[in-house]
Write a protein that binds this ligand. Structure first.
Ligand SMILES: Cc1ncc(COP(=O)(O)O)c(C=O)c1O
Length: 380
């Protein structure tokens, strides 16, 4: 990474991260569910209006908790986009479920809701819409089909904290939703995540699964006089040191979002002419979606073109990166029957997409440098 003048990502530091970590240590509680974890939970519950928020060690682990909560049986099916991170599938595969890959819409690159009905079978247990770049999936249609076919909706909202669909916050649509605080996300604690629970029937069991299958949460609240093994489970709760870091960021979320908005708008405002002249497509955000300025991508006309662009920026000391490889064509995806041509939009987009440098401390001078390098690239 060191050879790049402008990296792809740098985690934001807002100021109180170290002080709060120090405070967690002084409190004498650095294991899970200490003061800062409780503050983070309260923040998510009040800002998003979810019934319950539980911090986890990653979004991957929040997805694994969601899979455990569904009590999946071998052969149960989960519908998810092929254009996503491996954890969206793996969390369910770990429980013996079969991933069923849907293609994405060519505009928002989100799960194509028009394919959903066709993919539902009597074995379908859940659909996992991924709000790519934090732009909301077509939740009206997805919720309607899921409700009618009695399947659970689990939002993978790794990108979408602060995003909205028709004025309602992402992460509040599904029975369950998952967040990521990995260092590439708008708000971070290095590695971290959260399970958001909108359907209260899952709350009690989620607390148990997260605490090694024990009723320790009830014990700490004084609801039982000793705690014991009551269910399956694992250890999904982060140290309060990580929660302290995250809380410092939550307190300054508006500052982070404001800065990211400026960066996104700079790219959008300055790349239009160049994009049109070079057959490059910029992100599409429908009017009913408010996105959280998570990433800025460019869609090139071809794989060769995209690779030449990445090389061009690299020579200028700028790191730009591609994104997901189609899951249905991965080694694991093929074991579930995935074949070339199953998800044509995913296959094309995966070859042609590149993400531009995008992080809180990217300065106006850095942005000018990136812009100058981009517009020097002539596609064909
Ligand atoms: C859509 C999506 N889901 C899940 C994850 C996994 O997140 P984490 O690294 O917090 O486990 C990622 C990672 O970036 C992602 O992009």
């Amino acid at each position: 990474m060191a050879e790049y003048t402008i990296q792809f990502n740098k985690p934001a530091m807002l100021g109180n991260e170290i002080a709060y970590i120090q405070q967690a240590i002084t409190n004498g509680h650095i294991s899970g569910d200490g003061e800062f974890t409780r503050k983070c939970h309260a923040w998510f519950e009040s800002e998003l209006g979810v019934a319950k928020a539980l911090l986890t060690t990653s979004c991957t682990h929040a997805l694994e908790m969601a899979a455990l909560l569904l009590d999946l049986q071998p052969g149960d099916e989960i519908i998810l986009p092929s254009f996503t991170f491996v954890s969206t599938a793996n969390a369910f595969v770990l429980r013996g479920a079969r991933p069923v890959f849907a293609d994405i819409r060519p505009d928002t690159l989100n799960l194509d809701e028009s394919q959903l009905e066709r993919l539902v079978t009597p074995r379908t247990r859940a659909v996992v819409p991924v709000h790519y770049a934090g732009v909301g999936c077509e939740m009206d249609a997805i919720l309607e089909i899921a409700g009618r076919r009695r399947i659970v909706v689990i939002e993978d909202n790794a990108h979408g904290l602060f995003g909205e669909y028709r004025g309602k916050k992402l992460g509040t649509f599904g029975s369950l939703a998952t967040q990521s605080f990995h260092e590439t996300k708008n708000l971070t604690c290095g590695e971290g995540g959260a399970l958001l629970i909108n359907d209260p029937q899952y709350i009690g069991r989620a607390e148990i699964l997260r605490e090694k299958g024990t009723d320790r949460s009830r014990f700490f609240r004084g609801q039982v006089d000793k705690y014991t093994w009551v269910d399956v489970g694992s250890s999904y709760l982060p140290s309060d040191i990580l929660a302290a870091f995250l809380y410092a960021q939550l307190e300054h979320w508006q500052e982070i979002q404001q800065k990211r908005r400026q960066i996104w708008e700079f790219y959008a405002a300055n790349l239009g002419d160049w994009a049109e002249a070079n057959g490059v497509r910029l992100p599409v955000v429908p009017v009913h979606c408010q996105h959280p300025y998570h990433l800025f991508y460019l869609l090139f006309p071809s794989l060769d073109n995209r690779q030449a662009f990445i090389q061009h920026l690299c020579r200028k000391g700028i790191l730009a990166v591609f994104h997901y490889l189609p899951l249905h064509l991965s080694e694991m995806g093929r074991r579930y029957g995935g074949q070339a041509g199953d998800c044509p939009v995913t296959e094309q987009v995966s070859d042609r997409l590149v993400r531009l440098p995008f992080y809180y401390s990217l300065s106006p001078t850095d942005l000018e440098m990136v812009l100058e390098a981009i517009v020097q690239f002539k596609g064909s």
